[in-house]
Design a protein around this ligand. Structure first.
Ligand SMILES: [Zn+2]
Length: 510
């Protein structure tokens, strides 16, 4: 901001003021001289000097207020123009001085220069970050650009913070946001999904920090802004909002319900021949069956016969209760972003209930999960049953370089009792050590997880994996969904393994 010169250099009008002030002094002095004498005169001079100081102070304050007022006026005019039709030019103007968006690993994801907004210079990274970062036209909702607009454009500051920046001539610039997302890992995740539809989410289960949230297909920010040249469905954020039938990943919930149900017979075993044991229309599986299985072997082999029967033994109410505690049918708040959690509605009859218990509900039930919710569920198992609130922002930086609003880890909910989480932890570690999740194994790291393979509408199978690294140095949980990707064991688990390895290479110092 440029200081109005007349404040510092007396000019004609200032002299006028001084003159009239002088008159007032004379009158007051005469008045007091008559009554009180010399003592009052000294007193009076001090008083008048104080009045002058206060007067100058008020002039300065008015200038600050006027300055602030004109900035507010400029902003509200821009806001009005935008509200009048969210037109692109007005939005562009609003982001002309917006702050940067940085990734946790220091990559520039968005910035404003010469009145223009730009995104990551690498088209691959820009596309990988698209659904999280968004664009200034807000064609994709629930993004950093749209939900953190006030921080980025600097319209959310406290009065004195704004004043301080105005004095430094930085008042019109917005704040920079440093995200929890790792751009390099996100780009790699996006690469691993190339050619498929699907999503990958990776979180730190101790802090809730979201490191990866990629959704395929994606598009370039420029095509989103110009609203042309992107594939159908590429603007939908599958990572945060895709509702996927979880298939065998849901056996985590069934095992949790079974472990907590009063109806549970802990020595429960089944002989699996591939045919349902709860009725002719109960959950079945292809192949010749797994033979004699208990909880451990059935989980590791992902046996539908065992879990169909275990779900029926635990009962629909136990499953409903367990799902409610694990935050199904609720909202997930990730900072300023509001997201859906998984959905569930269970039948009571044994045969359809057995299908629900293996995560493939019949027409009488609904079970879906978002990749974010799946990663949170997996993470809670590694974290004594506690799911942390997803966090997207590491910290904010104002235009003067002052950093603030640092990430504060917050508990979202106790998804599972700690003892149940401990039992599931050993089941999931075993599933990676010797079961269907072997491809997620990383030498030198304890990894755990559960695969899922889901057939929908006669299409090729969706491949899923939810798991985590059990290591204080790298407390990461992941969810991988590859639509029509084949099997969880062959498609999704290897992707999880590749990302676990990449994260270990990047973050664990040997
Ligand atoms: Zn089986």
């Amino acid at each position: 901001m440029v200081w109005p010169a007349e404040i510092w250099e007396p000019n004609a009008s200032r002299k006028e003021k001084a003159k009239s002030e002088g008159c007032l002094t004379q009158i007051l002095l005469l008045h007091f001289r008559k009554k009180e004498g010399a003592f009052a005169i000294t007193h009076m001079k001090t008083l008048l000097r104080n009045i002058k100081i206060i007067f100058v102070f008020f002039i300065l304050l008015s200038v600050f207020f006027l300055g602030g007022l004109s900035i507010q006026l400029y902003r509200s005019q821009t806001r009005l123009a935008v509200a009048a039709g969210e037109n692109k030019e007005a939005l562009k103007a609003r982001y002309a001085n917006a702050g940067n968006i940085l990734s946790a690993d220091g990559q520039l994801l968005a910035y404003s220069e010469d009145g223009q907004r730009f995104y990551h210079q690498s088209p691959q990274t820009a596309a990988a970050m698209l659904h999280l970062v968004g664009d200034y036209t807000h064609h994709i909702d629930q993004t950093i650009e749209s939900r953190y607009q006030r921080a980025l454009t600097g319209t959310q500051r406290h009065f004195f913070h704004q004043l301080l920046l105005d004095v430094q001539g930085l008042g019109l610039q917005g704040d920079t946001l440093t995200l929890t997302a790792d751009a390099e890992l996100s780009q790699y995740a996006s690469e691993l999904l190339t050619g498929s539809h699907g999503a990958i989410v990776m979180i730190n289960y101790q802090t809730g920090a979201v490191l990866i949230a990629v959704s395929q297909p994606s598009a370039s920010p420029e095509s989103v802004i110009s609203w042309e040249g992107f594939a159908d469905g590429s603007l939908f954020n599958r990572a945060f909002k895709g509702q996927y039938v979880p298939g065998s990943v849901f056996k985590i919930m069934t095992a949790a319900a079974w472990l907590q149900s009063e109806h549970t017979d802990t020595s429960f075993e089944q002989t699996c021949s591939g045919e349902s044991t709860v009725g002719p229309d109960g959950a079945s599986e292809t192949g010749d069956g797994h033979g004699r299985v208990n909880l451990e072997s059935a989980f590791s082999l992902s046996c539908n016969i065992y879990f169909g029967a275990a779900g029926v033994q635990a009962g629909a109410d136990a499953l409903r209760q367990t799902a409610a505690e694990a935050h199904f049918n609720q909202q997930i708040t990730a900072g300023a972003i509001e997201l859906p959690s998984g959905r569930i509605s269970l039948p009571d009859a044994p045969e359809p209930l057995s299908w629900a218990a293996i995560g493939q509900p019949s027409a009488q039930g609904i079970i879906t999960m978002t990749p974010l919710h799946m990663a949170m569920l997996a993470g809670s198992i590694a974290h004594e049953g506690t799911a942390m609130k997803p966090q997207l922002i590491l910290y904010r930086t104002d235009p003067s370089g002052h950093q603030f609003d640092f990430l504060k880890p917050e508990k979202q909910a106790q998804y599972l009792p700690a003892a149940v989480a401990a039992s599931l932890d050993s089941l999931m570690q075993e599933a990676v050590r010797s079961g269907t999740g072997r491809a997620a194994l990383v030498p030198g790291l304890v990894t755990a997880g559960k695969t899922g393979t889901v057939q929908l509408d006669q299409q090729a199978n969706n491949a899923l994996f939810a798991g985590y690294i059990k290591d204080e140095r790298l407390p990461l949980a992941i969810a991988v969904v590859v639509e029509q990707g084949g099997s969880g064991a062959q498609t999704a688990a290897p992707i999880a393994g590749a990302l676990f390895s990449a994260a270990a290479e990047k973050y664990i110092e040997e």
